[in-house]
Design a protein around this ligand. Structure first.
Ligand SMILES: CC(C)(COP(=O)(O)OP(=O)(O)OC[C@H]1O[C@@H](n2cnc3c(N)ncnc32)[C@H](O)[C@@H]1OP(=O)(O)O)[C@@H](O)C(=O)NCCC(=O)NCCS
Length: 182
């Protein structure tokens, strides 16, 4: 358990499936999380079950999905993940989805991602963390900057959102930048 004030991160459990099914079938969550990528949603129960079969077996040294719970009532409100660890460059890629829309804009996402970054830099020998979003997702970009990520570049026309092309904005944070903020 990784504890914060508003949220805590805990290991994914099989009973989280119902929440993932709801979040990934919420058009607004799908729009912001993935720019409407049908791989994210809408998705069938069988599709989420296949994802869960894989996610529940992940080895945390390599990758993991963690459930974000609201401290106030213990309710799952989203998930964070890390993956694609490169052990030579010592880099990992992160992701975040606060799937419960009633929690947006109240600091939960900022704290969940801050907890994940702190956990990874303090427990694993990683030098850099990276994540990205599509250019229209202003809230995600503000969240990443607020935590200390720097915009490092853009992949042009890399997200197709409602029939329009958008850039993908790439963010990174180095271990020393995280340490300097503490
Ligand atoms: C993006 C996300 C993680 C942010 O978490 P959150 O709890 O909603 O956001 P917070 O309350 O922590 O606020 C973070 C920043 O966003 C800003 N923000 C909040 N609502 C906003 C809005 N509607 N538009 C633009 N910025 C907004 C806040 O002001 C804050 O920035 P600041 O610190 O510079 O003032 C969350 O909204 C989410 O998961 N959304 C759906 C999926 C998604 O977008 N995932 C990320 C894409 S990879």
């Amino acid at each position: 358990m990784i504890n914060g004030t508003l949220v805590r991160l805990r290991a994914l459990r099989s009973d989280d499936l119902e929440h993932h099914l709801a979040w990934r079938n919420d058009p607004e969550v799908v729009h912001w999380a993935s720019g409407g990528d049908p791989l994210f949603g809408p998705i069938t129960r069988e599709g989420v079950e296949i994802d869960f079969e894989r996610m529940l077996k992940l080895v945390p040294h390599r990758e993991a999905a963690l459930t974000v719970e609201a401290v106030a009532d213990g309710r799952p409100i989203g998930f964070v993940d890390y993956r694609d660890i490169d052990y030579y460059v010592t880099r990992a890629t992160l992701g975040i989805t606060i799937g419960d829309r009633s929690c947006w804009g109240q600091g939960h996402g900022t704290e969940a991602l801050t907890l994940l970054v702190g956990h990874l830099f303090s427990t694993m020998n990683l030098r850099r963390l990276e994540l990205d979003t599509w250019a229209g997702n202003e809230r995600a970009q503000r969240t990443f900057r607020r935590i200390g990520f720097t915009e490092e570049g853009r992949r042009r026309a890399d997200a197709l959102v409602a029939g329009e092309w958008h850039d993908r904005v790439l963010f990174g944070m180095l271990r020393e930048e995280w340490a300097a903020k503490r």
